[in-house]
Design a protein around this ligand. Sequence first.
Ligand code: CTP
Length: 396
Amino acid sequence: MNKKIIVGITGGIAAYKIPQLIRLFTKNGDEVKVVATKNALQFVTPLTLETVSGNAVYSDVFAPKNEYSTEHIALADWADMIVVAPSTANIIGKFASGIADDALSTLLLAFAKDIVVCPAMNTNMYNSPVVQENLNCLKDKGVNILSPAEGELACGTSGVGRMPEPEEIFEFAEAVFTKKLSMSGKTVLVTAGPTYERIDSVRFIGNFSTGKMGFAVAEELAERGAKVILVAGPTSLTAKHRNIKQINIESAREMYKACIETFPSCNAAILSAAVADYRPETVADHKIKKAAGTENLDIHLVQNPDILATLGKMKTDRQLLVGFALETDNELENAKAKLTRKNLDMIVLNSLKDKGAGFGHDTNKVTIITADGTVREGSLKSKADVAKDIVDMIGQ
Ligand code: CTP
């Protein structure tokens, strides 16, 4: 409602359905301006688009009727969202490569808010590694991609590549918009990955955490407009979203320091890292050699600070604190006790018993418990979907 939307149209047969999409937006109380490529206007007339949108259609950067000489900047400032439908392989390729050679491609580069891209093309073109690479590149930059539907295509074949119906595009755009707003203005601290505790100059005590769950939570928060400070232990992952500031640390004590410094300026913290509870008391500055005449090596361990418990003590009424629990026995009971003991608002209980859940997998199965006693048992789903559930709960 009351959004300002630019509908970008490129030259695919599905362009003839776009007047219907525009009507869905205007009926919803949104204002629409159309930016069309020259090829798009072969499929749908400017008169139709102007009539349904109630606004002039922009197509030519140098058209004399343009109100401003830097129209693309003025339009970029005006709009809350751009929906490119249908999106040809050409506009996707240009956008991914930073090419600006017409009104729409120029506008896309000048736009820093929500963008929805709806690819529509022949199946082989869509499956081409080049197009897929370009789509992944856009996804990584925070562009929302609505996957094409399967069905009959204009070229006479059948397969994936059809533009979804206008109703579906409308609903997708609405969901992107409302979700984005739900966390904007908020700053959230997230921890992810393992910690390494040094034994000597070449060895450490670590664990099998890969950081995937924490990174998925950070991405989801960033997608919804939050600023995220992601404190990550040693992992191969790098956060790509522009709203995420990644701080790489190695040990539990380094993670502790980064979290203590950051938490006071945050609205919430979600601690998903697998922090080592103990570290070697002393770290040898050289490689420890096998000692002659003895079979054993004793390493004396001392306890690391508990980051979650410390933040639980620091927490104000306006801050939310979420912990993770990895339990093997009396799971629910132990997780609930941990929630109370560490003064949490929510705890995410990880299951290791289920196939496909836990360390290293792309999927996870969790039970979410809140301080008011609510227990929500989830099914096995992608870590990205588990992250959505977690963020949905803290956004309530
Ligand atoms: N955690 C932490 N700092 C630590 C240890 C754990 O912040 N030094 C956090 C984890 O990020 C996670 C939660 O505490 O959110 C639970 O960790 P877990 O190992 O399951 O529990 P512990 O508190 O270590 O308790 P126990 O070993 O008794 O199960």
